[in-house]
Design a protein around this ligand. Sequence first.
Ligand SMILES: [Cu+2]
Length: 195
Amino acid sequence: MSQIRFTPLARIALALTMLATISSTFASDAASEDAGTVADRIVVLEPYARAMPPMQPTSAMFLSLKNTDGVDHALVAATSDVARSVELHTHIMEDGVARMRQVEKIDLPASATASLAPGGFHVMLIGLHGPLVEGRTMAATLHFEDGSTKAIEVPIRGLSYRGKSEPAGGMKCGTGKCGGSMGGMKCGGGKCGSR
Ligand SMILES: [Cu+2]
């Protein structure tokens, strides 16, 4: 029986040594520049999705992404169970008409906040499995260029809701298109044009 026996004091000393080793490991990780994933460096601000009445097959999700890192990153995809497919989109003007285009990624410049807002970049929800009801939330996942992901809870807002980071004039509605539908997103009432 040559079993090693630790005295109570020796056990405490051993435990403290292990703790010190663990905490110094964490400390060196935090100090290291390349520790963590891109998802860890991105802060999600004010996410919301547009409520849509039943039978409306598409909607969009908006949010701001603050890149707290000193280097550029990118959002490369978004996924959600609420729709058949989820795409990253932007709006472009073509012959004076606003059209949506799918994009491969949305750049997140270093130490800056990228806004996904009506009239610009957005996450398109195509083929909704059910109505997006105002006041509820939906789950979505953001995918970054290094393969890391961030799961978010997204409040569902009514058509009149406008995010804080959105310009006071709201989305740019073409003349004569106020109140009309643009890619499933309606322009806010009374906020169109110069009025
Ligand atoms: Cu779109």
